[in-house]
Design a protein around this ligand. Structure first.
Ligand code: ADP
Length: 447
């Protein structure tokens, strides 16, 4: 490029020199010089026009130049053009590759634009969602899916968890929807067929529920006979008395386990229904749970602290009595389990407090104890069925290992979560974190 510049400069100097010579002949060196430079400029204008025409034809025709300067520029343009064509072809093949891999998926993939209209979908979308791109492109996704849950899921744009829905094609097909946003307001929706998993899960639930129901009657008979033997067994030897006491203890434990399993199956089987929501006096429900705990452990201090001033300061019309919307039976069971656990896992003079306060748009109902605490190792698994942080201790306390699983299920049915914090040797905090919208202002009607 440097030599090209030099040769072009040489050309200008030569033409100027010739112009000056001719001008000298004409007795007007300026006229000669300007004529020479005008010829130079016109020649470049001519070449520029030819370049323009050549580019307008897409740069594919024969090179139109013999001039070294323009021909070199042409070569560079040609190189760039062919590079661009190669990049475009590569990009096209990459796009095709991804499209083909999406087509090969068994799950449905749908791309929805900012308006909610279908932009693209793969073949599986036809079998799972009844969407065919050739027919349904630009149709509103919500109009085709016709599922109120899916519509609110997509509108809320809270895609951290998947959603299970019934396929719009058949009620016996269960789909798991997972959406994610990309570019600006584009949504990528994955729909996976989870019918088999759903069937297996239902079978497991039914099996547990049926076995638990079937166990109820024989257990009642066994417990009844054991109680009779204990009450009227004056002639029993000390060995038999101890054996019967132990059998009775274990049969009571099995009884609690069966009751908990039946309760858990019920919670899992029935979806939370809006028409079963009651307006519950929070202080009253906590007081009744605390009074039960106090009866079972008179030496332990169990008190309630409701930060009413903090609720009033929120300025949302909240006033005493603080009311929460939900199922009384379920919430009593959840709070009861937490308070009973706190009682079980604290020493004889233990102190348990049930706190209730607002924090960052959430309503927190927290059970705090100064018991043994739990090693952080166990915290993530505590809500699993039958998981115990300390099996020997639990056997002594007669626990079933199902309490926290029940709490977790109940809270999920109330749009809430269980948060556990604990320090070994200092105590534990079990927090039920509800959305603040669960609170009802006194003027609010029962839902
Ligand atoms: P369990 O019937 O055994 O109490 P849960 O599901 O209620 O079953 O609790 C699971 C485990 O969590 C318990 O076995 C116990 O190890 C631990 N745990 C629960 N609450 C507390 C608490 N307040 N303090 C210490 N450990 C606790």
């Amino acid at each position: 490029m440097k030599s090209l510049f030099r040769s072009e400069l040489g050309k200008i100097i030569l033409m100027s020199f010739i112009g000056l010579l001719v001008g000298y002949q004409w007795d007007n060196i300026w006229l000669g010089l300007s004529t020479a430079l005008a010829i130079y400029i016109l020649s470049h204008l001519y070449y520029y026009r030819r370049l323009d025409e050549w580019l307008a034809k897409g740069g594919s025709a024969e090179k139109p130049f013999t001039d070294l300067f323009w021909s070199t520029i042409m070569d560079q343009v040609l190189r760039l053009l062919s590079q661009l064509r190669r990049d475009k072809a590569q990009l096209k093949s990459d796009v095709e590759y991804f499209k083909e891999s999406f087509q090969a998926l068994e799950s449905a993939v749908v791309v929805v634009d900012a308006r909610g209209a279908i932009d693209w979908c793969n073949l599986a979308s036809a079998n799972l969602l009844g969407i065919d791109i050739t027919r349904d492109k630009s149709q509103l996704f919500n109009n085709l899916i016709r599922s109120p849950e899916a519509i609110s899921y997509l509108e809320a744009r809270q895609f951290d968890k998947p959603l299970e829905i019934v396929s719009p094609l058949a009620i016996d097909i269960r789909l798991e929807l997972q959406a994610t946003t990309f570019r600006q307001n584009y949504t990528l929706i994955f729909a996976r067929n989870v019918t088999e998993v759903f069937k297996l899960e239902s079978m497991r639930r039914d099996f547990v529920a049926n076995v638990s129901h079937e166990l109820r009657t024989p257990l009642t008979v066994i417990t009844g006979y054991l109680e009779t033997l204990r009450d009227h067994g004056e002639d029993l030897t000390p060995v038999w008395s101890r054996a019967i006491a132990q059998m009775l203890e274990q049969s009571h434990r099995m009884d609690s386990m069966v009751e908990d399993l039946i309760w858990l199956s019920r919670l899992e089987a029935l979806p939370a229904k809006d028409d079963e929501i009651e307006v519950i006096d929070l202080k009253a429900i906590l007081a009744s749970v605390v009074s039960d705990a106090q009866l079972s452990a008179p030496n332990k201090i169990v008190d309630i602290d409701i930060a009413m001033d903090k609720f009033i300061a929120l300025g949302t019309g909240l006033a005493e009595p603080l009311q929460i919307m939900g199922s009384y039976l379920e919430l009593r069971s959840a709070f009861g389990n937490l308070v009973q656990n706190a009682v079980k896992y604290t020493a004889e003079d233990g102190h348990i407090q049930v706190q209730c306060f607002p924090r960052h748009n959430k309503l927190i109902v927290r059970v705090v104890d100064n018991g043994d605490g739990i090693d952080s190792l166990h915290l993530p698994r505590l809500t699993e069925r039958f998981y115990r942080a300390d099996s020997s201790r639990t056997t002594a306390t007669g626990g079933t290992g199902l309490g926290l699983a029940i709490v977790k299920h109940i809270l999920a049915r109330h749009d809430a979560e269980l948060d556990i914090a604990s320090v070994v040797g200092e105590g534990s905090q079990f927090s039920c974190v509800f959305p603040l919208s669960r609170l009802s202002t006194p003027s609010e009607e029962k839902l």
